[in-house]
Design a protein around this ligand. Structure first.
Ligand code: FE2
Ligand code: FE2
Length: 234
């Protein structure tokens, strides 16, 4: 009879919690009652062109653009994390903490990826038109800028890199929750549930967007926590 030894494995994070309809409504109200963070110049350098190109008001195409760039800092941190693990490989406690951050960054990338897939699906269902310059080239350029800013900041001042992401997530949280408040008809549009198996199924598109907005808040709060623990750095 053969015996199998099971080794402990790093936990796969499930991502931010999924909320019920009442909790989603409460989350929206909390966001609307909370002032936005005081955005830095770097954050404004990304928000401003996005507002100019896609409009100040929220829209599915603007959200898709934001989701393309939202994944980028997590990608940068994952890459820098592997470098840091290698550098601290002889200090097991620190190496493990850095590795925990890598696992968190990967889970957040997956969560942002589903936000993007959901937005793309909503855009397709509405038959909204997109063009190459605004919806391919511009997101790629902004993502490239954000990626390099994220890893360079992480190298010199990890807390600044986390702060920048917290501002980006705060902006996204407010954009989603405000958009839902300004478009009450979304309460009556059923969630198509295209990614229900991975992301859950919601009562309406309004609730689906509230859930995404709440995810952004969780991402923001995680970055605020990481910002205060500067020892886990490259
Ligand atoms: Fe997102
Ligand atoms: Fe996010």
């Amino acid at each position: 009879m053969s015996t199998t030894t099971t080794l402990p494995r790093p936990e796969v994070l499930a991502g931010p919690p999924k909320l019920d309809p009442e909790a989603l409504l409460r989350a929206q109200q909390e966001t609307l009652d909370t002032p936005r963070m005081n955005y830095s110049l770097l954050a404004k350098m990304m928000f401003k062109p996005v507002d100019i190109m896609y409009g100040k008001q929220g829209s599915f195409t603007k959200f898709a653009m934001l989701e393309i760039i939202a994944r980028v800092p997590y990608q940068a941190w994952e890459r820098m994390g592997y470098w840091a693990v290698h550098r601290h490989r002889t200090r097991s406690t620190l190496a493990r903490r850095v590795f925990d951050r890598i696992v968190e960054a990967r889970a957040d990338q997956d969560n942002e990826q589903f936000h993007l897939l959901i937005m793309e699906d909503l855009i397709d269902r509405q038959g909204l038109k997109r063009n190459w310059l605004l919806h391919r080239a511009a997101p790629w350029l902004i993502a490239l800028f954000y990626y390099h800013v994220s890893w360079v900041l992480f190298l010199v001042r990890p807390d600044w890199s986390y702060r920048l992401n917290a501002e980006f997530e705060d902006h996204a949280e407010h954009e989603y929750m405000t958009f839902v408040a300004e478009n009450p008809d979304l309460e009556f549009v059923p969630d198509p549930g295209t990614y229900a198996a991975e992301y859950g199924h919601y009562r309406s598109v309004a609730d689906l967007l509230r859930q995404i907005g709440h995810d952004e808040r969780v991402h923001k709060l995680d970055s605020v926590v990481n910002m205060r623990e500067p020892r886990v750095r490259a």
